[in-house]
Design a protein around this ligand. Structure first.
Ligand code: URA
Length: 191
């Protein structure tokens, strides 16, 4: 993980590098237990995250913490990261070129953690993981796949992928929050 951090820190070819440097931001590598059986993968850091180098520590993180609490899952017992490790300007969606550049770091993190369950937060992480593992469901949208346990083959072995809505999507949509709470219950089987 330290090697990954050092490489991302020095990633001057990234289109997000200048923006990071100009704002005094940090890359956000990930946080949590390296022995975790559950790994959460989000999209990209927001402002709070880029200022502190911690994933999901702003508004989305507060929601994620609430969701973890509903199933009694300690944040320190899971591993939390993102596909893209630097903040995109104005929290815009990550670009395909950014996903392509940063995803090998995510792949290496998955190889290190060897999770049994990968819970994707939002459509970008879902699409990346399902495409990567050749899961047949990869052409489906998050509205049809959220909350379903999908068996897939990762380089380290069998994993279950659980697509989840992004916590930020629930900020203005209370019904989505209820959906996310319900979907989170699927994780209880793996605690
Ligand atoms: N949104 C994400 O996708 N990741 C974070 O770390 C914070 C907000």
């Amino acid at each position: 993980m330290k090697a990954i951090r050092d490489e991302v820190l020095a990633l001057k070819i990234s289109p997000l590098y200048e923006y990071r440097a100009a704002n005094g931001y940090f890359p956000v590598i990930g946080e949590g237990s390296h022995e975790a059986s559950i790994m959460f993968i989000g999209e990209a850091p927001g402002k709070n995250e880029a200022q502190t180098a911690r994933p999901f520590c702003g508004a989305s993180g507060k929601i994620l913490d609430e969701l973890l609490a509903t199933i009694g899952l300690a944040r320190a017992s899971v591993y939390i990261t993102n596909i893209v490790k630097d903040r995109p300007p104005e929290n815009r969606d990550p670009l395909p070129a950014e996903i392509m550049l940063y995803s090998p770091f995510l792949d290496r993190q998955i190889d290190i953690i060897r999770p049994k369950v990968i819970a994707t937060l939002g459509r970008f992480a879902m699409k990346y993981i399902l495409d990567k593992y050749g899961a047949i469901e990869n052409s489906n949208s998050i509205s049809s796949l959220h909350g379903t346990l999908i068996k897939a083959l990762a380089p380290h072995g069998e994993v279950v992928v659980l697509p989840l809505y992004h916590p930020a999507a629930t900020i203005y949509n209370q019904s989505l929050k209820e959906t996310l709470k319900k979907d989170f219950k699927e994780l209880k089987k793996f605690i």
